[in-house]
Design a protein. Structure first.
Length: 283
């Protein structure tokens, strides 16, 4: 069986088709257009003498002689007929074979002029592969001034909620002849809960202000802060109602300044965080 190489195309006269060692492939190439021969120059017409006459030249005289074959010339063996396998390689014929150990490998580029050297990869005639470019990262827009105001208000009232949580929550005074008074701090009631909520709100607002993560993640942060603020509002109002309802005819019970500060701070925090959730330009 013939070695892989370019052979005469059995389907297209004058063309070349790649034989991969087992069968014909779809790789074809057309030869370069032949150069037009220069027109013959007008010359005096002579009538050669017939054979046997005086002055007749020997047979073959005056005809161009074929040039001797060069020792290192490259020639392409003729391809097989249609439907037949190519004949074995002739001695001295040079063919382009696939890589070592690769049976049926793809053909090399067809010769531009049937034997002319082809440019190597990276030289003129071969397109260079475009260099990989990392997509540019879209820069974040300018920092909204409204966000600065929201962050400042939220941080300020979160600190006030911390102060109120450890302040006075209950004030008790007697109404009899002997005037006595007492007070209790928030940490002895639900102040520990509101203190924890205030710290978490402060952290979430700080991360939201730093614009960490995509807009959806930032909305989630401020939404969680709003939910914690709502819990602080509910706890503070519930404690105010409880303290105010515990008074008697002898003892007067009232909410202390720390509890009222927790109510005000948690309500402002709830409104501020809701603004951060609902206003698109703050996201």
């Amino acid at each position: 069986m013939a070695a892989p190489g370019w052979y005469d195309d059995p389907q297209t006269p004058g063309g070349k088709r790649w034989w991969d060692g087992n069968q014909w492939t779809e790789h074809v190439a057309q030869p370069a257009a032949p150069q037009q021969a220069a027109p013959a120059q007008p010359d005096a017409t002579r009538i050669a003498p017939a054979a046997g006459q005086a002055g007749a030249a020997p047979p073959g005289a005056g005809q161009p002689q074929a040039a001797p074959a060069q020792p290192d010339a490259t020639r392409i063996a003729p391809g097989p007929a249609a439907g037949a396998q190519p004949a074995a390689a002739e001695p001295g014929a040079t063919r382009i074979a696939p890589g070592a150990g690769q049976a049926g490998a793809g053909p090399p580029p067809p010769p531009g002029q049937w034997g002319a050297a082809q440019p190597a990869a990276g030289q003129a005639g071969y397109a260079q592969a475009p260099a990989y470019q990392r997509p540019a990262r879209t820069p974040a827009g300018p920092y909204p001034p409204q966000r600065i105001a929201v962050v400042a208000v939220a941080a300020f009232f979160a600190v006030l909620l911390i102060v109120g949580s450890i302040g006075t929550w209950v004030s008790v005074e007697t109404t009899g002849a002997f005037h006595l008074s007492a007070s209790r701090g928030g940490l002895s009631r639900d102040g520990a809960v509101t203190l924890t909520l205030a710290i978490l709100i402060l952290i979430l607002v700080g991360v939201w202000a730093a614009r960490v993560g995509p807009p959806a993640a930032r909305i989630s942060l401020i939404a969680v802060a709003a939910f914690l603020s709502l819990l602080a509002v509910i706890i503070s109002i519930a404690d105010v109602i409880d303290v105010q309802s515990n008074g008697t005819s002898v003892v007067d019970s009232s909410a202390g300044w720390g509890l009222w500060l927790c109510v005000i701070s948690s309500v402002v925090l709830l409104g501020t965080t809701l603004v951060g959730v609902l206003v698109p330009r703050l996201r």
